[in-house]
Design a protein around this ligand. Structure first.
Ligand code: OAD
Length: 249
């Protein structure tokens, strides 16, 4: 695997590092991505399953689809890519992990501070009154959970198409991108904004940008360094080369 020594040296000197992850980072944990040929959006209709209007017209269908995904996610384990990202957090005083993933695997791997731009499939709230719903979800049940306060329908706390991203999380992510010396995008197609705009925001503020993806995207083309590997294979190697240099500084 070819990682330029120059990039390792830049990373060793960097004071502030930010990482944006996408579904590809969880692919090696057995969780399907969205836009790959075998991805979720090749088999399912996002307008029907990942929008407020879809939920209003068929809440049971949407609930069952999220239970199908929860089932996979609950039995998935973090892969070497997640673990390497968690270890990187300890190398830098100023480190920010921004994820579009809703599966919670970064936290399971030990990442302490995670900005979840697209929410979390593990959390739920009431569609009607917005109150958080903390009870455990029975993923085998076809019946929609209802709100203990108002009787409204419970929905996953993920950001659906047409919805705003959590404002503070987005603001903090943009701030981190703007302040970073090195900004990584990894495992993302770069198709969904505003997340996909973060690398350009970092670059406009003089960050070195790095993209990791086995299949090149617009982000790969725009990056200062493009590493054409899976995150599970390249990140442990990158960490092995970086750690001794940082610990000898
Ligand atoms: P996509 O499915 O759009 O893109 C996944 C990317 O990961 C692709 O570019 C793949 O080439 C790459 N990939 C696949 N396996 C990989 C691996 N092992 N290592 C590294 N990269 C790999 O997923 P996202 O970019 O995350 O939104 O999609 C963004 C958003 O679109 C998602 O958060 C979701 C979706 O609609 C919501 O649900 C709100």
């Amino acid at each position: 695997m070819d990682i330029p020594q120059q990039l390792i040296e830049i990373l060793a000197k960097a004071k502030s590092v930010a990482i944006l992850t996408g579904a590809g980072v969880s692919a090696e944990s057995g969780i399907a991505t969205f836009r790959d040929p075998d991805g979720l959006w090749s088999r399912f209709n996002p307008a029907e399953l990942a929008s407020a209007s879809g939920f209003m017209s068929n809440p049971e269908l949407v609930w069952q689809w999220y239970n199908y995904r929860r089932n996979i996610i609950y039995s998935a384990k973090p892969n070497p890519g997640h673990h390497a990202i968690a270890e990187m957090e300890d190398l830098y005083h100023d480190f920010t992990l921004i994820t579009q993933n809703v599966d919670g695997l970064h936290q399971t791997a030990g990442s302490k501070k995670v900005y979840e731009l697209h929410g979390s499939i593990i959390q739920n709230h009431c569609f009607d009154c917005n109150k958080p719903y903390d009870e455990e979800i029975d993923v085998s049940s076809k019946k929609l959970a209802t709100c203990n306060s108002c009787g409204g329908k419970i929905r996953p706390s993920v950001v659906w198409f047409g919805e705003m991203l959590p404002e503070k999380t987005l603001r903090e992510s943009e701030r981190a991108a703007g302040n970073s010396d090195v900004f990584f995008s990894m495992g993302t197609s770069g198709e969904v904004f505003p997340a996909a705009g973060l690398p350009a925001m970092a670059k406009a503020n003089n960050a070195i940008t790095v993209d990791i993806n086995p299949t090149p995207t617009q982000l790969s083309k725009a990056a200062d360094y493009y590493l054409p590997y899976t995150t599970g294979e390249i990140l442990p190697t990158l960490l092995d080369r970086l750690k001794p240099i940082i610990s000898n500084q």
